[in-house]
Design a binder for this molecule. Sequence first.
Ligand code: SAM
Length: 164
Amino acid sequence: STSIHRDQLRPGEIHAELPPATDAGLRFIGRIETPFQVRADCPRQGDPDGGPDCRLILDPVYAPALDGLDQFEFIEVLYWLHEARRDLLTQSPKADGQTRGTFSVRSPLRPNPIGTSIVRLIGREGKTLTVRGLDCLTGTPLLDIKPYRCSYAVQARAKPGVST
Ligand code: SAM
């Protein structure tokens, strides 16, 4: 509840009484299986080279929607970080305690806890994809899959002279 959350703020952190949710009608298209059982097991970001094999297990109804994906070396995965609190406007990560605005970090704690990763596509068997490079808990709901094309993607850069 909110009162519990208020008691669980680090120095500098601000939380909000969130406005009512918009019903966007999201459909989970499947779930993700990883070796990560608890948050402490998860890497901060996945590693498409050295990371462990993970599986995207789609609801069978979506299997035909995977056709044509096999040709891509990398795919973009969107998922719902279902265990994240959603009310923090500023956050002071344990690592350095430095307070930052929620939209300036890739923390799982955000109003809409959507995670994204560019992962290496290892293979497909029916409705299941094997990928490398995820950072989420096993059982995390899957939102979407898109091919990753470098020619369409713009590299995020800090402004000159700003270190991130
Ligand atoms: N790669 C994604 C991104 O950049 O949008 C997520 C990055 S976030 C820093 C990854 C962390 O979220 C993990 O290290 C773990 O602590 C946490 N996490 C993973 N799965 C989660 C879940 N299902 N619910 C809440 N937190 C989760």
